[in-house]
Design a protein around this ligand. Structure first.
Ligand code: HEM
Length: 328
């Protein structure tokens, strides 16, 4: 048996070999593609550079896509699967429908990767590398991305509806959603710092601007103009898909201004503003820390992104040819 396995490893290569195995995070490594696809990271970076230059929002879009991938079954590309006759994907989940974007960009990068090294680089790895590049390209920190993830053969609409945090949830629920994924309160606050880029739709911040401020806090008095503008963008009824940046100070730069806004009471999402609520003394202290010390924020953000990226799907999987479909 051992001789047969060795023979197979030599003939078909280790890439195909791992397909048979269940996945454990310790299998991820920095040099996984160093022989099988040395150009992989370069290809992803080039495509991300073009996309972010064309529209900086693409950075936010890809970062969020990676988060929504990792929170459902682990970082296994399940979020990228289309609905088919035999598979129900996650794209119609409450927090994803009409909201997640970037699937065409992922397809474009995958086509380039397949042309260079067919069936070698998983969609889940593509997304993890692209998310890292997204952050750097808008001024954020660099981190090495451990790779070797496999793409799932399944998706879970149900888990997507349960596991992905929503802006309406209370602080303890939000914290517990991170804890069950192995992410601490420190990881959560740093990762929510992603809201330093990107936008929210009106439907997700209406309650915050018209609602009961006792649940969170009033917008800073100096922010009357900001609040008026938000109400113009987002009336009491209708225009649900109108958008506003979550960090109105530096909306397309990955920096720590978002934390400053929270401390003033100018968080756009209820869930963001709750980080500084009275019950959240630990989260408040972290917000204060990351506002005072951008280097500490960048360091923690990088570490937490690696931690989130290491949530693997124990079921294992395959390297998809097309990120939207399981291989036939
Ligand atoms: C407490 C946890 C979180 C909640 C409740 C939350 C909620 C949201 C909501 C409601 C939006 C706006 C979506 C829309 O209106 O269509 C959003 C956008 C975004 N989120 Fe989060 N999020 C959380 C954590 C995270 C984490 C951990 C990351 C990344 C690691 C992240 C990255 C982003 C990004 C980059 C955007 C902007 C996307 C764009 O511009 O298209 N979020 N989030």
């Amino acid at each position: 048996m051992a001789a047969l396995l060795l023979f197979l490893a030599c003939v078909v290569g280790t890439q195909y070999f791992t397909i048979l195995e269940a996945q454990d995070p310790s299998q991820l490594s920095l040099d996984y593609y160093s022989k099988s696809c040395p150009a992989a990271e370069h290809i992803v970076r080039q495509e991300m550079e073009c996309a972010v230059r064309q529209n900086p929002r693409n950075a936010a879009i890809i970062l969020r896509l990676h988060f929504h991938d990792c929170f459902v079954q682990g970082c296994d590309g399940s979020v990228l699967l289309d609905d088919t006759a035999t598979l129900i994907g996650e794209k119609q989940a409450d927090q994803n429908a009409n909201s997640l974007k970037g699937f065409d960009l992922i397809d474009k990068i995958k086509v380039k990767l397949e042309a260079e090294c067919p069936k070698v680089v998983s969609c889940a790895d593509l997304l993890a590398i692209a998310a890292r590049d997204a952050v750097i390209l808008v001024g954020g920190p660099y981190w090495d991305v451990p790779v070797g993830r496999l793409d799932s053969k399944t998706a879970s609409l149900e888990k997507a509806n349960i596991d992905i945090p929503t802006p309406k949830q209370g602080l303890f629920t939000l914290i517990s959603k991170f804890l069950v994924k192995g992410l601490s309160i420190t990881d959560m606050v740093a990762l929510v710092g992603s809201h330093t880029i990107g936008v929210s739709r009106c439907v997700n911040f209406r309650e915050r601007i018209y609602g009961n401020f006792q649940l969170t806090s009033k917008f800073a008095p100096a922010s009357e103009i900001y609040l008026t503008k938000l109400k113009e963008t987002c009336p009491m009824e209708g225009r649900d898909d109108n958008i506003s940046p979550m960090d109105y100070i530096t909306p397309i730069v990955f920096d720590n201004a978002f934390f400053g806004s929270l401390l003033r009471g100018d968080g756009l999402l209820n869930s963001d503003q709750k980080l500084t609520s009275l019950i959240g003394f630990q989260t408040t202290n972290l917000v204060i820390k990351y506002w005072a010390d951008p280097i500490a924020f960048f360091k923690q953000f990088s570490d937490s992104m690696v931690k989130m990226g290491n949530i693997t799907n124990p079921e294992g999987g395959e390297v998809r040819k097309n990120c939207r479909f399981v291989n036939t």
